[in-house]
Each structure stands twice: as structure tokens, then as C-alpha cells.
Design a protein. Structure first.
Length: 263
């Protein structure tokens, strides 16, 4: 977690205690939803975003410091839960941004009701089955393999050693628990929803789709499939970049996001 003015807070949603980080004082709120690996805390790109927006980074249900509701078994369940989180936080006319699994959840939330969403940003989102390639195996492989899949060129990643260091016992427990919850949500069918392309056609919110051209987890063709099914959407492909553009190509990522939101 980077040094910042962000703070960790808790809120109760449908009887579940939700952990979240919040920072910034902008008039517009931005809700960021993490991927299957869980909440990594307040990151450098959150800090950059907080210069313009009030940024909320929750640990989603069953991940990190947020309790696991008995009824949340699918991504659609999680989308319903998060819409209640939005209400509990009092967010209005907000920006919704999600990465990987978080992008999938964000897209389902928007398809349910996007009347309160000012802009939607999907980053290398899961949820659509590719027509040509395959979604990589991320649950039944080693941490080293997952790391190799995540970044195209580790030399581009600031403080890469933070991703390769040995975890503490508490971190190992959290990482295992997060993978268990992600498997519960994403295993069958594997990291996609057959119905999602049809859901997406309901979205009218201006949408930015950002994808690393060299994503080894979810192929870039999925970005094109999201764009084809969301009417008012723009696809930005970032060259020489893997599954996490906000980390591997932070400057290009922020330029892309700021240009989109300024319009």
C-alpha cells in the first residue's frame, strides 16, 4: 500500500461488514473493483485518481477483510451485493471502474442499472468467452506462473520485487482465502458468463475498455467482444503490456483514463 491520505473504513451492507479504502476529495466519486487476486490496498494509480475524484476501493464480499455472505455464489450475486454497497456509501452519478474479475462484476452491475453510473471503465475484464483463444488457468497453477502471466515485461513494473518476495503467514492465509472465494465465483463456467454479451447490450453509459495487447490471461480479442456488445464504448489497446495496465503501463493508462473522463 502506497503512502497516502487514504483511510481504511468499514460499512455494513445487508448484514455483512465490508472493508474499504477511501481517499481524495473530488466532487465526483469513483468506485474501483479489484480482480480475483483480492484487494491489494491503496495503489499508486488510486492515489493518482484521487487527485481528481473521491476514490473508493472496497474489498469485495469474501475477499480480504470483508466477510463472506452465505448467499453470494456467483458474479451476478456479487453485482447485486455491490449495488447495495453503492447505496450504503451514498454514491450518486459515480464512475465505476473494474479490473479483471472486477471488470466483469462492473459490467453486470451496469447492465442491471446504469442510471446512476456516469462512466464505466473496464480493464482487461473477465466475463466473455473468447471465440478464438483461451482464458488462461489461474487457479490450479503456482504463484510464480500467475505472476508470469500477469506482466508482459517485469522490467516495466515499479517495485517488481514486492511481487516476488516471500509472503508472511497472514498474507498466505489471505491469498488462499481470496483464491477460494474467486474459485467459488468464477470456476463454472470458467471466468465467463454465457449470457453476458446479451446483458451488455442494455448498457447506455459511456464506456472505456482498456486492454493490454499482450495479456496472457484474458486475450485481447475479449476487449473487442466487449466493445462489440456495449453500444457507447471505446476500446484502447496498450502495446507491450500484460493483464494489469494500471501497474505495468501507469502513465499510458492514466492518460487514457483522464482523456476519456474529461470528455
Amino acid at each position: 500500500m502506497v503512502s497516502s491520505t487514504a483511510s481504511r473504513k468499514e460499512i455494513t451492507v445487508l448484514g455483512t461488514t465490508v472493508e474499504y479504502f477511501v481517499g481524495g476529495t473530488g466532487d465526483t466519486s469513483l468506485l474501483f473493483l479489484h480482480g480475483a487476486g483480492g484487494n491489494s490496498g491503496w495503489q499508486k494509480y488510486h492515489e493518482e485518481l484521487s487527485k481528481r475524484y473521491t476514490v473508493y476501493v472496497p474489498s469485495q464480499a469474501g475477499f480480504n477483510g470483508t466477510e463472506r455472505p452465505d448467499w453470494v455464489y456467483t458474479i451476478t450475486d456479487m453485482a447485486h451485493f455491490n449495488l447495495q454497497l453503492v447505496n450504503a456509501l451514498g454514491l450518486s452519478n459515480y464512475i465505476l471502474m473494474g479490473s479483471s474479475m472486477g471488470g466483469w462484476i462492473s459490467s453486470e452491475m451496469a447492465s442491471m442499472d446504469d442510471s446512476n453510473i456516469q462512466s464505466l471503465i473496464l480493464i482487461d475484464a473477465a466475463g466473455i468467452k473468447p471465440e478464438k483463444g483461451e482464458i488462461a488457468e489461474i487457479f490450479m497453477c503456482s504463484a510464480q506462473t500467475r505472476l508470469e502471466q500477469r506482466f508482459y515485461d517485469p522490467s516495466q513494473v515499479e517495485n517488481y520485487e514486492a511481487y516476488t518476495r516471500e509472503l508472511t503467514p497472514d498474507e498466505v492465509f489471505t491469498e488462499h482465502s481470496n483464491r477460494e472465494m474467486a474459485s467459488r465465483l468464477c470456476w463454472r463456467p470458467y471466468l465467463h458468463n454465457w449470457s453476458l454479451p446479451f446483458y451488455l447490450k442494455k448498457i447506455t453509459t459511456p464506456t472505456l475498455i482498456v486492454w493490454g495487447k499482450n495479456d496472457a490471461i484474458i486475450p485481447v480479442e475479449c476487449g473487442s467482444l466487449f466493445q462489440a456488445n456495449i453500444t457507447n464504448s471505446t476500446l484502447k489497446i496498450i502495446a507491450n503490456c500484460g493483464h494489469s495496465p494500471a501497474i505495468e503501463k501507469p502513465n499510458e493508462f492514466m492518460e487514457t483514463v483522464n482523456k476519456f473522463l474529461s470528455n
